[in-house]
Ligand binder design. Structure first.
Ligand code: PHE
Ligand code: NA
Length: 449
């Protein structure tokens, strides 16, 4: 039935693509400001626990559903068990990945604009203390944010257009080593700065008092999901292009370890620089658009080079994540509508870009007055996906593999039959992951009122 389905050229290609999806704005932009806002080291510790106790089991669950299903995310659920209800998890995945991509493209467009502005010299010439205005003026424009969003999305569409092997796999084989080199060079340079000690102690020496704040836990679980690209069908879609003999648990472990390394190294790159120039580590989402550029400009001549490499790094990381988001919709449309890849890519890509326009214009621009729950469009979509549909889909996935799917089959699919690891995995999916996820869902719903 699946004859002719696209495949990865190699197991390494699959892992690099999965890492490419995982490593993105979440590791650099989101991880650093969330860690900054939640007090640093203790948050990091809780976050790493969440990654291993909840993220890893759910990631392996997604891998096994996709590989078993050999189909897009919705069909993969139906192919795995006869019961129809679980398909909701797949539908939520398509919905969430589509919405996330709509605004992910906007933020990636901002990054591209900063890269461009450092290359042309305009960003380097911004006077001290005025990046807030520079950034604010750009995002509140009525053409510029849309233009840069479109440009970025054009790259995403072009790569997905070429398919699993020649588009997604090949691009990630180039991007991932490049990312690793750039981030290591930049963090090495950061460590030579005067504030390195202070930055590192912020990141690694704990202030236990934050343990009392329940929001720290929900932020950590939320960040774990986001950073591993869970709950939106990406890992299911990607593993559906795997041949049956590959080893899933090892692949899941590798993806988790690499993603965590990228986040920690990103912290080592960012915090020493922030402390060296006496800026606030809890700068919020503006951290990499306002705080860091201030840092770059104060570094003198090396600063522009650092800035160009930095924004190039972030742009590529965002590109490989955006590709994976688009692929979920593309593979769904290819099966559901029986379209060719090229048609599915163009339709999904263009529609998601158009849906992103209101987000692009909501940050001080012409649409910023239209709010719901007091949130401008971009923040609204971000909140809906990140805090509600994403954990909900994750919950369904955990419960599905823990309780819905026949345990024997699930263990067979992962090669964990009769092993202690397998038993632990199933029980984590049955109890630990769902309780953690439910808890943050409750906290997030309570925050509504
Ligand atoms: N995991 C990506 C990151 O850390 C974010 C992402 C979320 C990518 C959802 C794809 C889908 O930035
Ligand atoms: Na990530």
């Amino acid at each position: 039935m699946n004859n002719g389905r696209e495949r990865w050229a190699s197991g390494l290609g699959f892992i690099l693509a999965a890492v490419g999806s995982a490593v993105g704005l979440g590791n650099i932009w989101r991880f650093s400001y969330v860690t900054g806002e939640n007090g640093g080291a203790v948050f990091l510790l809780i976050y790493i626990l969440c990654i291993f106790l909840i993220g890893l089991p759910v990631l392996l669950a997604e891998f096994s559903i996709g590989r078993k299903g050999q189909a897009d995310v919705v069909q993969s659920f139906s192919a795995t068990t006869p019961s129809k209800v679980w398909k909701i998890g797949g539908i939520l995945g398509v919905f969430t990945s589509f919405l996330i991509l709509s605004f992910y493209g906007v933020i990636a467009g901002w990054i591209s604009y900063f890269l461009y502005s450092y290359i042309t010299g305009t960003a380097g010439a911004v006077p001290e203390g005025e990046f807030g205005d520079f950034f604010g003026e750009f995002i509140s424009g009525d053409i510029a944010p849309v233009f840069w969003q479109f440009l970025f999305m054009a790259f995403v569409i072009a790569i997905v257009f070429f398919g699993v092997k020649k588009g997604i796999e090949l691009s990630n084989k180039i991007f991932m080593p490049l990312l690793a080199i750039i981030i290591i060079v930049l963090s090495g340079y950061s460590l030579t700065l005067d504030g390195a000690g202070e930055g590192l102690s912020f990141l690694f020496s704990p202030d236990w008092s934050v343990l009392k704040d329940p929001n720290v836990y929900s932020s950590a679980i939320g960040q774990a999901f986001f950073t591993l690209s869970l709950g939106m069908g990406i890992m299911i879609t990607y593993s559906s292009y795997l041949p049956t003999e590959s080893r899933l648990p090892r692949a899941a472990g590798q993806v988790v370890v690499l993603d965590t390394l990228f986040a920690v190294i990103a912290g080592v790159m960012i915090f020493p620089a922030v402390f060296t120039f006496g800026l606030d580590p809890a700068g919020g989402p503006g951290l990499i658009f306002i705080t860091l550029p201030e840092v770059f400009n104060q570094m003198g001549t090396g600063g522009t080079m650092f800035a160009i490499l930095f924004f190039f790094l972030v742009a590529i990381a965002a590109l490989s994540s955006a590709i994976s988001l688009l692929e979920v919709s593309v593979s769904y449309l290819m099966r559901k509508m029986n379209w060719e890849r090229k048609k599915a890519t163009l339709v999904a890509g263009v529609v998601v870009t158009l849906v992103g326009i209101p987000s692009a214009l909501s940050q001080g621009g012409p649409l910023s007055e239209y709010t719901l729950f007091n949130l401008p469009f971009l923040d609204l979509i971000d909140t809906i996906t990140d805090q509600y549909t994403l954990p909900l889909a994750g919950l369904i996935i955990a419960l599905f593999v823990g309780w819905g799917w026949n345990k024997v089959d699930a263990l067979k699919e992962t090669g964990l039959t009769n092993s202690i690891v397998g038993t632990i995995w199933i029980w984590f999916l049955r109890i630990v992951a769902p309780s953690g996820i439910l808890w943050i869902l409750v906290i997030n719903i309570r925050n509504l009122f």
